[in-house]
Design a protein around this ligand. Structure first.
Ligand SMILES: C[S@@+](CC[C@H](N)C(=O)[O-])C[C@H]1O[C@@H](n2cnc3c(N)ncnc32)[C@H](O)[C@@H]1O
Length: 297
């Protein structure tokens, strides 16, 4: 039986309210996922309004197309990396947009489907690629990369014990290839105390691998930069982040845009989900929405 995957869009009302300033405009959803935000945006638009919806993962594209089958005339679905928005929009003959959304990271499907190798609840291959065309997998990093490179990527994810974890990995792989997410999880788990009130000791290592495999932080910077060239006066960029590494990049980049001129910060403080939303969707707990507006043509 095929499993039915779902993803609850985070900060949906708040995002749509901040993003849609022109009901006849063209909007880019750079992270289509299961189309929750795209449908929210469409519900606010007039018939002339349009959404260009991008996702890097062909599996998400297929699921989203089904969700969007009733509004095909107003949506163009594109398989691609949002970092390449400067190539995608000209291909679609779009010169100016009224807003862009990046709802960062991966979707619930990625975590819930063991074969994608993102999560450690169930065993799966050490994959973690958003796009199957990406030649790099977590397996390659864990089993082939030198100590220094692995330690560096784990350290910059905010893991205090990057040295200890990397030593465990390097010692283990000298004896046995580390194949599955469970192998990596138990290797770390066996050597750390798991406390109920703390995150699992493998959490930051898994995040670090995902970020490195998919060049997520580089894509974020490129995506912001490349999207700015298409933004019309009065258009907004909305970014939802889920961890401090992403949020720091968005906060600092938005600040320097305002300093350079031609931009206004709409959210002085990030918008966070209500207690009710967190109760209904645990994955929303760390979400932060930041919004900036272009004030010059
Ligand atoms: C948090 S989910 C988005 C969920 C979506 N807003 C919804 O309501 O269902 C992030 C999505 O972005 C996609 N993604 C991640 N990095 C990407 C990139 N660089 N370019 C395009 N899509 C990307 C993932 O495949 C995933 O489907």
């Amino acid at each position: 039986m095929t499993k039915h995957y779902t993803h609850k869009p985070v900060l949906l009302k708040e995002t749509v309210r901040h993003l849609v300033t022109d009901k006849n405009g063209v909007y880019v959803d750079g992270t289509l996922g299961m189309a929750g935000h795209a449908m929210g945006i469409l519900s606010e638009l007039n018939k002339q309004g349009r959404v260009i919806a991008i996702d890097w993962d062909p599996e998400m594209i297929e699921l989203a197309k089904k969700q969007l089958s009733n509004c095909e005339e107003q949506v163009t679905v594109v398989k691609g990396n949002f970092a390449d928005i400067d190539e995608i929009l000209p291909r679609e003959n779009i010169a100016k947009i009224s807003g862009v959304l990046f709802d960062l990271g991966v979707s619930s499907l990625h975590f819930d489907k063991p074969s994608r190798g993102f999560g450690f609840k169930h065993n799966g291959p050490l994959d973690m690629r958003i796009s199957p065309e990406n030649p790099l997998t977590a397996y390659t990093i864990i089993n082939k990369w030198p100590y220094e490179q692995i330690e560096h990527l784990i350290r910059i994810s905010g893991e205090r014990f990057s040295n200890k974890i990397t030593k465990l990995i390097v010692n283990e792989r000298a004896k046995n290839t580390i194949v599955g997410t469970s192998d990596l999880k138990s290797l770390i788990e066996k050597n750390f105390v798991c406390r109920k009130d703390k995150i699992h000791p493998a959490t930051r290592t898994f995040l670090a691998l995902r970020l490195a495999v998919n060049s997520e932080l580089d894509n974020l910077l490129k995506g912001i930069h490349n999207a700015t060239h298409f933004m019309a006066k009065g258009s907004r960029m909305c970014i939802i982040t889920f961890h401090s590494l992403e949020d720091r990049i968005v906060k600092e980049t938005f600040k320097s845009m305002v300093k350079l001129g031609g931009w206004e910060m709409i959210t002085k403080k990030p918008v966070k989900p209500s207690d009710e939303e967190i109760e209904n969707n645990h994955r929303a707990r760390s979400a932060k929405l930041r919004v900036i507006e272009k004030t010059e043509a």
